[in-house]
Design a protein. Sequence first.
Length: 392
Amino acid sequence: MFDFHYFTPTKVIFGRNTEDQVADLIKEFGGTKILIHYGGGSVVRSGLLGRVTDTLDAAGISYVTLGGAVPNPHLSLVYEGIELCRKEKVDFLLAVGGGSAIDSAKAIGYGLANEGDVWDFYDYKRKAGGCMPLGVILTIAATGSEMSDSSVITKEEGLVKRGYSSDYGRPKFAILNPELTMTLPDYQTACGCTDIMMHTMERYFTNGGNMELTDALAEGLLRTVKKCAVILRDDPKNYDARAEVMWAGSLSHNGLTGCGNDGGDWMTHKLEHELGGLYDVAHGAGLAAIWGSWARYVYKNCLHRFKRFALNVMEVEDSGSDEEIALRGIEAMEDFYRSIHMPTNLCELGVTATDEDLALMAKKCAVGVGGEMGSAKVLNEEAMLAIYRASR
């Protein structure tokens, strides 16, 4: 195992009707003029946005609103939010929604707390020195952004999708009410479960340091989400399964399941970012579509981890060679994806990629990671292209 730092300062308020506590939490963390940032019309149609504003009105807290955060959130809306907050002298951000609204709010926060172009942080040109404080009311269990240090933004010019991580961007509080996720379409629920599992799997498939306790936590989380994803496929209103998945989403991306290793692999995410940037696909579905091809490309270089995953997470039969067990585990994971109606290749994702598209994505991915990256196996541009080709 490796030495590690574990920092998770977000205050979590979990359970039914917890969104009613939002005004007290904002006051606790010093907010006086709020930007409420949200996505599409679902938070309006469900009545959640109205309940939040009523709560703030009753508490005498001033606010302005900015909707429009979309999947693969856009840099242009971030710029709009920064300008609005400066004009209105906002001192606290409240994201109401899923990862898109939260990531967009984090980027707005970086832009408010630092001089210059906020895209510089996502383009790896400099590091943030702070972030406007923010809180979260979560409506989609998926990205884990409600407790993580990371956010992902898409620059429309050039369709460049990049992530930035900083402890400054960790939310001050996260309100997690599983009931708020019950109106999600089944596809979004499945995408969320896929993303949650992948956040832990990225940390699990490494060649650099492991802790038995961290592995046990990771494997337990993965088994739990796998089980609950199937329950929610058949019973979308199941509160207990919603609660398990929501809490797993937060724990999967707050650093817990990576303590003691080398930080993780993360190449499936990097490969998917180019898919999302070019084709605007749902993030979880994009991850599922690319994972099997990535796994078959790297598993021989990380055979001990793939065997353990096959036995302890996918619970395949312990017979045959290590390689046979590992491959059965990959096949079982793809069978799971299909069981919750997730794609296992680009065709099933609805993407028809030309050779030129694949080459462009590989080139952009290599640039985005600084040439090469990976822990299960280090990948360069040629390897990235091979994985994209295998995923068609």
